[in-house]
Design a protein around this ligand. Structure first.
Ligand code: HEC
Length: 207
């Protein structure tokens, strides 16, 4: 009896593995970047990111002093490394941002001020797997990553000088070669970037 149940279980597992392999082999698992992620994909990606961040992100507060010099250094680093995907203060996406899967939150509209700086530090340092979010561990040092995390934490409450520097960064909506809106037929097939379903709130670690 038990042997039959075990054998039945193994056959079921083997069949499931074969179905999954065939689905991948025959292109039934979509490889395009302009579709909406399935709810299974969103659940798996969000849950594993939250669990990883909760386990690994530094719990300490930002070790740098909160002042104009560090905030403005963060803004300069943001302009050079992040703006192409995360936009300027007007929250308008660049050509690259419009086509990213997962969508990159436009921080001018949907910031991460509510997230602990250690969590933002971790995401910049390590990147987010299976998304366009790169790891900056090889490019930026510790201090620079904390400066970025500080800027993102205080983006909605910047002192005057930093606020002026942030507002001065150019909108990304005029990316070179941007075409007009897609035809109605294409629009209905495209996933509309709005409040990105995977990142931000839904994927942030529990507060
Ligand atoms: C090539 C595009 C790209 C670049 C460049 C990029 N990011 Fe991202 N970033 C993404 C994407 C896509 C996501 C969404 C990932 C997801 O869905 O979980 C993301 C997510 C994030 C998040 C998590 C947002 C949230 O709501 O939880 C933070 C924080 C972040 N990026 C910061 C940065 C910073 C700071 C830089 C520059 C140093 C940067 N990113 C550069 C694409 C990019």
């Amino acid at each position: 009896m038990i042997r039959n149940m075990v054998a039945g279980g193994l056959v079921t597992l083997a069949l499931a593995a074969i179905v999954a392999l065939l689905a991948v082999r025959f292109g039934l698992v979509p490889a395009n970047a302009d579709a909406k992620p399935s709810s299974l994909e969103r659940w798996a990606a969000g849950t594993s990111l939250r669990a990883t961040v909760a386990r690994d992100a530094p719990k300490q507060p930002d070790p740098l002093a909160l002042n104009d010099a560090n905030l403005e250094a963060g803004i300069k680093l943001y302009a050079d490394n992040c703006m192409v995907c995360h936009g300027a203060s007007d929250g308008q996406g660049s050509n690259i941002a419009l086509g990213l899967y997962q969508h990159a939150p436009q921080f001018g509209k949907h910031g991460v001020e509510d997230d602990p700086e250690g969590e933002t530090y971790w995401k910049i340092d390590h990147g987010i797997r299976l998304t366009g979010m790169p790891s900056f561990a090889r490019a930026l040092d510790d201090e620079q990553i904390w400066q970025l995390a500080m800027f993102l934490k205080h983006m909605d409450s910047l002192p005057a000088a930093a606020q002026a520097a942030w507002k001065k960064l150019p909108s990304q909506s005029g990316s070179a070669g941007r075409k007009g809106p897609p035809s109605a037929a294409r629009t209905s097939a495209l996933w509309k970037p709005g409040r990105d379903p995977i990142s931000s709130t839904s994927r942030s670690a529990p507060k």
